[in-house]
Design a binder for this molecule. Structure first.
Ligand code: NAD
Length: 261
């Protein structure tokens, strides 16, 4: 492991799977210190493997997005190890697909807590550190579903629309302190989160799983392909970079033309 000479530190929630893992690899390649987080059983091994490969310093935490206290502890633990957090990437998220009349109340609460409320708790906790150093980048992984709706995803769509509203509010509050806040709005990316909903969508629409991909998931994307994880990661790297200094309060689509319609 390289000695912890000052390098920028990024905290990425949900970074032991899917998009978050792709983002972690991209930041590791650039030499950032990384605070990994996620509920995957092998999260600690995944993090260690990336840290070794790219010779970076890292911390892994299983902090649960449902528990505000563990989010405050996560920030405290990260600051105690690295001195500060320069970039916060709020990426952890879950999905549940169901018509409203059978949508479980517990799933509604979990989605709002994980996909939206955790952003509030983490942003509030990193704020004093970013404000003090007059530098911060907060990147929220929203979704094209933060801009547009689809049926049977009421909780997810409510949460992701909330993420974009929150992003704008934080951009305004952060501007005087050089803290930028932006959202990325991906179209469909093939990750465990999407693979899980293919079965649910097949039942709801009475379609084969293959037809769900072409007729439901990719129907609204002009480019009929899943978005590569690396593209989302590169957008996050750009938003964290010095080139993006005055970009704040945006909701950047990376969605194969979905939002062009
Ligand atoms: P994924 O299931 O591969 O990864 C989700 C990550 O979040 C995992 O590491 C998981 O452990 C973590 N997580 C879930 N619940 C948690 C909790 N309570 N506490 C801590 N960590 C928790 O999913 P993904 O597709 O990579 O999704 C990442 C983000 O991208 C989500 O916010 C999702 O809404 C968003 N997104 C995904 C797509 C897509 O098509 N995959 C499209 C648009 C937006």
């Amino acid at each position: 492991m390289k000695k912890n000479l000052y390098k920028k530190t990024v905290l990425i929630t949900g970074s032991t799977s899917g998009i978050g893992l792709g983002i972690a690899k991209a930041f590791a390649e650039k030499g950032y210190n990384i605070v990994f987080n996620g509920l995957e059983k092998n999260g600690s091994e995944i993090s260690l493997k990336i840290a070794r490969k790219y010779q970076i310093d890292h911390v892994f935490s299983e902090a649960n997005m449902l528990d505000p206290r563990s989010l405050r502890d996560l920030v405290a633990q990260s600051v105690s190890h690295f001195g500060t957090i320069d970039v916060l990437i709020n990426n952890a998220g879950i999905q549940h697909v169901s018509p409203i009349e059978s949508f479980p109340e517990e799933k509604w609460n979990d989605i709002i807590n994980i996909n939206l409320n955790s952003l509030f708790h983490l942003t509030k906790a990193v704020w004093p550190h970013m404000k003090k150093q007059r530098f911060g980048r907060i990147i929220n992984i929203a979704s094209v579903h933060g801009l547009f709706a689809s049926e049977f995803k009421s909780a997810y769509i409510a949460a992701k629309h909330g993420v974009i509203g929150f992003t704008k509010a934080i951009a305004l509050e952060g501007a005087p302190f050089n803290i930028a806040c932006n959202a990325i709005c991906p179209g469909y990316v093939k990750t465990p989160l999407v693979e899980m909903q293919i079965g649910d969508q097949a039942k709801i629409h009475n379609l084969s799983e293959q037809d769900v991909v072409s007729k439901v998931l990719l129907k609204k994307q002009a480019v009929k392909e899943f978005i590569p994880i690396e593209l989302i990661a590169r957008m996050a790297l750009f938003l964290a970079s010095d080139e993006a200094t005055t970009i704040t309060g945006t909701a950047m689509p990376v969605d194969g033309g979905w939002s062009a319609q």
